[in-house]
Design a protein around this ligand. Structure first.
Ligand code: GLU
Length: 284
């Protein structure tokens, strides 16, 4: 086999892993829509139905929310269940999961590569001017992961410390505000290191390059091991997760908001939360 052919095969392999299916939407099996498609859909929603595949940006490393098993490549979690249920309600049989991070999910929506993001995406006023968000389906809180022997247990202990956060996340601003409310001054320049991915922050924590790893508790729970502890004493800044769509896809946004509201009212979302072993939504 020549090198070019080998490279093509390897690349194809990478694509298959990255685009592994989330699971089925409808019950009927086979390709495309299952025939249970609702009527009078807006153009943007109809285009997805006609394609017969729902493309959803999900996390792969957040247990209980969006998680991909390394060996089986199977996806699981509340956000995967939501994606499959949306496909089912549209009569679509196929859901394609595309791995996203805090830094990539907005661009992938804008480019049209994905139809929606269901990926621990916090609704903020600023983000609402770039994307549509549904009513929140879950509320988490920001927290800190520290080494068991770090001596960090309260805001005062963060004075002079270095904290790892991810680029494009709400975490740094949230911690600066919460620390200030508790009498501790943290600044972007002196107290934070930004990383592109969460595994890089965990490596930095293990290597002692940062003293704490700060993001939503749901995300931190994916990095627990014998050497670290998730601080119950520092939980702040409610993070309301919404399903995000491209700003111009207003019909799709409205359709999804209708589904989320129905599923909040009829207990479907509560059931998914408990099925996935996720803690009840955070309340201050
Ligand atoms: N939920 C937070 C955010 O949207 C944390 C980052 C993340 O979801 O990866 O900024």
């Amino acid at each position: 086999m020549n090198l070019k052919k080998l490279m093509t095969l390897l690349l194809a392999g990478v694509m298959c892993v990255a685009l592994a299916a989330c699971g089925g939407g409808g019950e009927s099996g086979g390709d495309g829509a299952s025939g249970n498609t609702p009527e009078n859909l807006t153009e943007d929603v109809q285009a997805i139905v006609d394609r017969g595949v729902l493309r959803v940006g999900v996390k792969t490393d957040v247990p209980g929310f969006g998680y991909q098993d390394v060996l089986s490549e199977e996806y699981s979690g509340l956000e995967i269940d939501l994606a499959n249920k949306i496909a089912e309600s549209l009569g679509i049989d196929e859901v394609e999961c595309i791995a996203v991070t805090a830094a990539t999910r907005g661009q992938l929506l804008d480019s049209g590569d994905i139809d929606m993001v269901i990926a621990t995406f916090t609704i903020t006023e600023e983000r609402k001017s770039s994307w549509n968000f549904t009513t929140p389906y879950y509320t988490d809180a920001v927290s800190l992961l520290v080494k068991t022997d770090s001596g960090i247990s309260q805001y005062a202990d963060l004075d002079g410390k270095m904290i790892g956060v991810s680029t494009g996340s709400t975490s740094m601003e949230a911690l600066i505000a919460a620390a200030a409310e508790n009498g501790v001054t943290l600044t972007k320049e002196s107290n934070f290191s930004e990383y592109a991915t969460y595994p890089e922050i965990k490596t930095a924590l293990d290597a002692g390059r940062v003293d704490a790893f700060c993001v939503d508790g749901s995300i931190l729970s994916g990095y627990l091991d014998d050497t670290v502890v998730l601080l119950d004493s520092i939980r702040f800044s409610p993070q309301e997760y919404g399903i995000a769509t491209k700003l111009s896809n207003t019909g799709l946004a409205e359709y999804l908001d209708g589904l989320v509201n129905t599923w909040l009212e009829d207990g479907t979302i509560d059931q998914m939360i408990s099925d996935n072993g996720v803690a009840a939504s955070f309340e201050e």
